[in-house]
Design a protein. Structure first.
Lengths: 108, 311
């Protein structure tokens, strides 16, 4: 018996999704908290210059989840996989919150 | 989180891309998960193919049951995940390391469901691998039961590393993975000769499983082989862009009917090999650490230790 949940591959195009830097940062902050869950109390400090890997210590899968959540909010125009197509793994590992905010701003 | 119920478990699945055909990407053992493909190979093909990635049983965000870690189980999981996604037409399979082992076995068992194979530094379940994987994982388990995993391989207390290591340690110490993989029957060579679909094999020049590239070259009638010069086992990490381009080109040429069976190339990656050297150093430390625990594990016929690096 197998069943597919509704959220596989789904994406909405949320009206009102923020495209201003402060709004995006606040949203990213909230979503990271959701993704990291109980470990958030470890004292993650989500600033623009923080890198996802070294500073925030997001696991690679958690970064995938963050992208998934952003796509649910912004729709297809915020597409991590297309963004990554010009980056090697080292560059992806080095991405900062600022890089992400600027990427989303550019998807407006 | 995208989830699919399959084979009695909940699997973490990610789907990206667009197109009529589907490629399913399978990752390696223990400290690997679908993100390797999400970052490395999927971005190169998502503009023309649908990509399905899932965390193998016990890995990443998929459930970790106590049992069911044989190669047969992994292949059964694959079909069940595809059924759960409603994908019944033949798919392209791409596997890295142990993911390649799964892809090969799937292509042998159900050629009607497999259009093509991409094998990235794949282990092949030859007799030597079956013997060594059991030995190596048994040694790892002995070591893990002696002291904390993060201390064990000298990684600092970072949250990310600790989480990965806890997952790997749990697989080794709290599931039947060691026994299940050790019991893998060796794959007879003639079964490999039965694989007729277009196949691309990519291996690092200095990979510890480079002999498998030569086996595949000898046995698969429709194989293209690319050796990535200067690279070791983790070619997706060491030469991300090159692997991405080589894989994308293979699928484009396949769609155009331009695959060249028997082609063999030596490819010079553009990237520096720092990641590869780091990986080799880590593998060296890992093996040294494993061997410290050899006395704890009865090994009737020790292998060379060169074959079965988990991954």
């Amino acid at each position: 018996m197998s069943a597919q949940s509704d959220d596989v591959g789904s994406a909405s195009n949320g009206p009102g999704a923020p495209f201003d830097p402060d709004g995006i940062l606040a949203l990213v902050d909230r979503l990271i908290t959701e993704v990291v869950g109980e470990d958030y109390d470890l004292g993650l400090d989500i600033e623009l210059d923080a890198s996802f890997s070294d500073d925030l210590e997001l696991e690679s899968l958690e970064f995938v989840q963050l992208g998934e959540k952003l796509q649910e909010i912004y729709g297809e125009r915020v597409d991590f996989v297309t963004w990554f197509s010009d980056l090697d793994v080292d560059s992806i590992i080095d991405l900062t919150v600022r890089d992400l905010v600027q990427f989303i701003e550019g998807c407006r | 989180m995208a989830e699919v119920a399959a084979n009695g478990l909940t699997f973490h699945v990610q789907r990206v891309g667009t197109g009529d055909e589907t490629v399913v990407m399978l990752h390696g053992l223990l400290i690997d998960n679908l993100s390797s493909h999400y970052y490395a190979v999927a971005p190169g093909v998502a503009d023309r193919m649908q990509v399905v990635m899932y965390d193998l049983r016990g890995h990443g965000h998929t459930e970790r049951p106590a049992t069911g870690y044989s190669l047969d189980d992994a292949v059964a999981d694959l079909w069940s995940v595809l059924d759960g996604l409603g994908i019944h037409e033949p798919v392209h399979l791409l596997g890295n390391s142990y993911g390649g082992t799964i892809a090969l076995d799937a292509a042998i068992k159900r050629p009607d469901r497999v259009r093509s194979l991409v094998l990235i530094d794949a282990h092949v379940a030859v007799a030597q691998w079956c013997e060594n994987i059991g030995e190596e994982l048994s040694l790892a388990r002995a070591g893990l039961l002696q002291k904390d995993p993060s201390e064990w391989i000298g990684v600092g207390g970072g949250r990310k590393a600790a989480k990965l290591l806890r997952g790997a340690a749990s697989l080794i110490t709290a599931t039947t993975m060691v026994e299940d993989l050790a019991a893998t029957p060796a794959l007879p060579e003639e079964r490999l000769q039965d694989i007729l679909c277009p196949t691309l094999a990519i291996y690092g020049e200095y990979s510890d499983v480079i002999d498998r590239a030569h086996d595949l070259e000898r046995l698969l009638p429709n194989l293209e082989l690319d050796i990535l010069m200067g690279c070791s086992h983790s070619v997706m990490l060491e030469a991300t862009k090159t692997v991405r381009e080589v894989v994308a080109d293979f699928y484009v040429r396949m769609a155009e009917g331009k695959v060249e069976p028997g082609r063999r190339r030596e490819v010079e990656p553009d990237e520096p090999y720092l990641a590869g050297e780091t990986h080799q150093a880590m593998v060296g430390l890992y093996r040294q650490e494993l061997l410290k625990h050899r006395h704890l594990v009865p090994v009737p016929n020790p292998g060379t230790g060169q074959e079965a690096t988990a991954g």
